[in-house]
Design a protein around this ligand. Structure first.
Ligand code: SF4
Length: 267
């Protein structure tokens, strides 16, 4: 039986008409619910028998699958880390090598990576951070930043991910910023981000560094004069040379969801 690796794989099978017959507002929401095991694929009346036969008509056992997949992915990444020379990668990655560990600044904090792929740091290492960090160590081309900012959809390899990104990441950031713009700024500071000068004439321009060669620029405009607020997120145009696009997606959406959680706690 086929297995879904992410929401997009479910989404690709759908009609994409957003007809709501599955009681979800959009096909994308339905795909996310299927991937998270909340609903069965067969709840969409337009899914053919052949697809149901291949992927099953029952809800996925998401939690255990997710954990197992995470453990498997981390094992594979750690095995690959064991085969490389961390010291020789340090400079290229914008980090340093000290006491047998590669030290990288992740959201402004020191993360140490040892020769076995173990990660040590003062803060909790979330599942949306660890694989991108190890993938960065393994596959970043170490291309210096150009200072040319582009939205996610204009990164060369973003085609399959762009639509999800708008919904899952930009939409989530905007929701937090719309609810409380000054709290949004405070959360950015919590992740060692900082305000930057007036990019694109935005009311709020903030820079955050998930990884040394992966800055993220967030520009927000308040609603005014009958115009809706808007939020745009930009990356250096080298971003997907320094980190695979799926990891950029994982890091950004993980961060956006963390913001949402913090905003909820804050009330
Ligand atoms: S019923 Fe199917 S096509 Fe209609 S919104 Fe739901 S997933 Fe999309």
């Amino acid at each position: 039986m086929g297995e879904f690796k992410n929401t997009m794989e479910v989404f690709k099978l759908l009609e994409k008409t957003n007809c709501r017959k599955c009681n979800k507002p959009t096909c994308l929401a339905f795909a996310a619910a299927v991937f998270q095991g909340q609903i069965a694929l067969s709840e969409c009346p337009f899914i053919g028998e052949d697809i149901l036969e291949e992927y099953g008509s029952k809800k996925l056992e998401y939690a255990s699958t997710f954990e197992q997949d995470y453990i498997k992915v981390m094992h594979q990444l750690k095995d690959r880390i064991k085969q490389i020379d961390l010291e020789s990668r340090a400079e290229k990655l914008g980090g340093k090598f000290s006491n047998g560990r590669l030290i990288l600044k992740i959201f402004g904090k020191d993360f140490g990576i040892d020769k076995n792929g173990g990660i040590s740091t003062d803060i909790h290492v979330n599942s949306w951070i660890a694989p991108p960090v190890l993938n960065f160590v393994l596959s970043s081309k170490g291309i210096p930043l150009t200072g040319s900012w582009v939205p996610f959809r204009e990164l060369e390899t973003s085609k399959d991910w762009a639509r999800f990104f708008e919904h899952q990441c930009v939409g989530a950031f905007k929701q937090v910023a719309d609810t409380n713009p000054s709290f949004f700024k405070d959360i950015i500071k919590l992740f060692n981000g900082r305000p930057v000068q007036n990019h694109y004439d935005a009311d709020i321009s903030l820079m955050i560094y998930p990884l040394p060669l992966l800055p993220m620029l967030i520009c927000y405009n308040h609603a005014e004069d009958g115009l809706e607020s808007d939020l745009n997120l930009f990356f250096d145009n080298t971003a997907d040379k320094n980190l695979p696009i799926e990891n950029i997606y994982t890091l950004s959406t993980g961060l956006a969801n963390m913001f949402k959680k913090l905003a909820k706690t804050h009330g």
